[in-house]
Ligand binder design. Structure first.
Ligand SMILES: Nc1nc2c(c(=O)[nH]1)N[C@H]1C(S)=C(S)[C@@H](COP(=O)(O)O)O[C@H]1N2
Ligand SMILES: [Mo]
Length: 315
């Protein structure tokens, strides 16, 4: 699969001027905050939630209304902060999300480390995506971000890049779930995509939701969103992106290979070994009354990526 090469454009040219100026103010504000003497402990770790302006993309508005923000930010999966749905909102405030850098390395011509300030300079857009957890609940969320392929263009993947691995921060001092040492996952959390999946225009480098920067429990300051796959493919609080020749082993596959395959495409016809995937609870519904759609409703855009593949064997 050839790698799309998009010439890097200075973000000042692709972002509408007012949005760009406002974002510069936001970045300047952050720099200013960092220059103040930091109080120890909780004050230093205060989550950074700021307005995040973005063009609304009308091409991505599902038929169901967006999930209430309060629900999307209090019912989470982020095992680094505990395995209960209410644990991340209680515990993720400990994570220091500034300063933050993402290392982009591996099979690329121009490896580089980008700061969160660099990511905020991309032309951001709001896209409302369906989001389906493997546990058969779902939400509809207005994300703010930009296509992963634009980030890839900066580092110029080589012809040997066949997969991409995403790695989450590993900070036991700030992550109570890791400190608790639960025998669930090996840390750091890693996830992977095939290069054509990563480069697909639906794959979003996500910096915000509901018009604001991401709350820590939702993966601040930068996460991935891959809307046609089960939620666990969308790694949170990313610190490293590697372009690889070989298929990486993701954390969930390592934990239980027959339950969580590499592809993890939403598929109502392939049950999870312990439950059906035919229906889902569109939160806040209490019952799984919504029929799950192939590729989570994005089949017209992504089905061709899997032409000729056995989606049961490659679940
Ligand atoms: N680092 C990390 N990323 C993660 C997870 C996690 O435990 N750790 N959980 C995944 C799962 S199972 C889901 S459903 C989504 C949940 O995202 P949300 O809380 O923003 O809805 O995050 C995914 N990304
Ligand atoms: Mo999930």
């Amino acid at each position: 699969m050839p790698v799309t090469r998009i010439p890097p454009v200075p973000p000042s040219e692709i972002t509408p001027r007012q949005v760009w100026l406002d974002r510069r103010k936001l970045i300047a504000g952050m720099a200013g905050a960092a220059a103040l003497p930091l109080l120890p402990g909780a004050a230093a770790a205060k989550p950074v939630i700021e307005p995040l302006e973005a063009q609304k993309n009308p091409g991505f508005v599902p038929s169901d209304p967006a999930t209430e923000k309060r629900l999307a930010t209090t019912y989470n999966n982020f095992y680094e902060f505990g395995t209960g749905k209410g644990d991340p909102v209680r515990n993720a405030g400990e994570l220091k999300v500034r300063p933050w850098t993402v290392e982009i390395v591996g099979e690329v011509a121009k490896p580089r480390t980008v700061g969160i300030e660099d990511l905020l300079k991309f032309a951001l857009e709001e896209r409302i995506y369906r989001f389906r957890c493997v546990e058969a609940w779902s939400m509809v969320i207005p994300w703010v971000g930009f296509e992963f392929n634009k980030l890839a263009a900066l580092v110029e993947p080589t012809g040997r890049a066949k997969f991409v691995r995403f790695t989450t921060a590993l900070r036991p001092e700030e992550m109570s779930g890791i400190r608790a040492n639960l025998p669930v996952l090996d840390w750091p959390y890693v996830e992977g995509l095939r290069i054509d999946e990563a480069m697909h225009p639906l794959t979003l480098v996500t910096l915000g939701m509901y018009g604001e920067t991401l709350p820590n429990q939702n993966g601040a300051p930068v996460r991935l969103v891959v809307p046609w796959k089960y939620g666990y493919k969308s790694a949170k609080s990313i610190v490293r992106i590697e372009f690889l020749e070989k298929q990486p082993v993701s954390s969930w596959t390592k934990a239980a290979m027959h339950e969580y395959g590499f592809y993890s495409n939403v598929n109502p016809n392939v049950d999870h070994p312990r439950w059906s995937q035919k229906r889902e609870r569109l939160l806040p519904a209490l019952f799984a009354s919504r029929e799950t759609e192939m590729f989570n409703g994005y089949a017209d855009q992504v089905a061709s990526l899997y032409a000729g593949m056995d989606l049961r064997a490659n679940h």
